[in-house]
Design a protein around this ligand. Structure first.
Ligand SMILES: NC(=O)C1=CN([C@@H]2O[C@H](COP(=O)(O)OP(=O)(O)OC[C@H]3O[C@@H](n4cnc5c(N)ncnc54)[C@H](OP(=O)(O)O)[C@@H]3O)[C@@H](O)[C@H]2O)C=CC1
Ligand SMILES: CC(C)(CO)C(=O)C(=O)O
Length: 307
């Protein structure tokens, strides 16, 4: 971990204190270098962050109404993609001309999703690699996966976002190959998320030969689409993605698995829908991705109706 950089404290608002937002907030609070609050639907006084080898309960400032919010230096958007519109009132209150908005979500089009709500604020799309599990509304568990926890573009706002996490347990890397990384992460999600959600099993299910073979078919289609979108994906990218997934502990869940168990809407369109839509733009068939999308949409729509 690098030593804290000499930087003035920033004001940071975290919207969406679930698995990913809870961990980002918990890591920033652990370092204690910035002035952070969470934007939540139910009041919370503290946040417990478990990470390998430690657990800490940290005092937390939380606002429950956008009316109480003022413009801040940084907003971290950590809701599900389909919840972005619902947090519009928070974004409108928190964003001023100097605010920067980091979007920590899966899928593509991070900047386009928040654009209607943030005026002229700059956006930092962020790829999240760490695995998060919410154990209770005020308790999250971080499991690091791979050599970095978050990746952002190697530009001025990307570097400023990375600097916010200097001195925290989260490893934020900048990359000049952001489109390729974005697609590689989408590929990870296209395999892991539907399989765990549809089978209602944690990532151990990816070790079954039949599921592994199905993942390779889904990924083969998606790799062709990603290349057409400008990602520099290898000939054996599908196999590489599966090899990477098999390094994850079998007991880890996925965000879509937890949403399925909880009867919540799913990020089906953000993940498989993004691949199918890009395939249509390029005239590349994606029948397996389309099949998974149809099944997941049916589950997701039923959850919306029930909720
Ligand atoms: N979990 C993981 O391991 C990973 C997830 N991701 C991605 O990160 C993003 C976030 O996922 P994750 O953290 O798992 O999701 P969670 O469902 O755990 O958390 C979402 C949070 O958003 C909050 N929220 C939703 N709507 C509102 C609202 N209107 N106002 C205030 N808060 C709101 C929810 O609050 P409430 O508690 O009130 O429902 C919840 O705390 C997703 O795009 C996911 O795909 C990426 C990498 C790994
Ligand atoms: C990488 C993975 C599958 C879990 O960390 C994820 O991004 C998710 O759960 O959405």
């Amino acid at each position: 971990m690098s030593p804290p950089a000499a930087q003035p404290p920033s004001t940071i608002a975290v919207i969406g204190l679930g698995s990913i937002g809870g961990i980002a907030a918990g890591c920033l609070l652990t370092a204690g270098l910035h002035d952070l609050f969470a934007c939540v639907r139910r009041p919370l006084q503290s946040l417990t962050l478990d990470r390998p080898g430690s657990s800490a309960t940290l005092p937390l400032r939380a606002l429950t109404s956008p009316d109480a919010a003022q413009p801040v230096d940084w907003v971290l958007v950590c809701t599900k993609t389909h919840e972005t519109e619902a947090i519009g009132p928070w974004l409108q209150r928190l964003c001023g001309p100097a605010t920067r908005v980091a979007v920590l979500q899966n899928g593509l089009g991070h900047a386009e999703r928040v654009a209607p709500f943030i005026g002229g604020a700059a956006v930092v799309p962020a790829i999240v690699y760490y695995n998060g599990e919410r154990l209770a509304p005020d308790h999250v568990r971080l499991t690091p996966v791979g050599e970095r926890d978050v990746a952002v573009s190697d530009d001025a706002t990307g570097r400023a976002f990375a600097a916010l996490f200097d001195g925290t347990p989260l490893r934020v890397a900048t990359s000049a190959e952001f489109t390729t990384l974005l697609w590689r992460k989408l590929l990870i999600n296209a395999a892991a998320n539907p399989m765990t959600a549809l089978t209602r099993q944690r990532q151990a299910v990816l070790r079954r030969p039949d599921i592994h073979a199905l993942c390779l078919t889904v990924l083969g289609e998606a790799v062709a689409v990603g290349r057409a979108e400008g990602a520099a994906l290898a000939e054996d990218e599908a196999e590489r993605i599966m090899a990477a997934l098999l390094t994850y502990a079998p007991g880890l869940g996925t965000s879509m698995y937890f949403d399925t168990l909880a009867g919540r809407p799913l990020e089906a369109d953000a993940i498989l829908g993004a691949i199918v839509a890009a395939g249509e733009r390029h005239g590349i068939p994606t029948p397996c991705n389309q099949t998974l999308l149809t099944l997941l949409r049916a589950i997701s729509d039923a959850a919306k109706t029930a909720g």
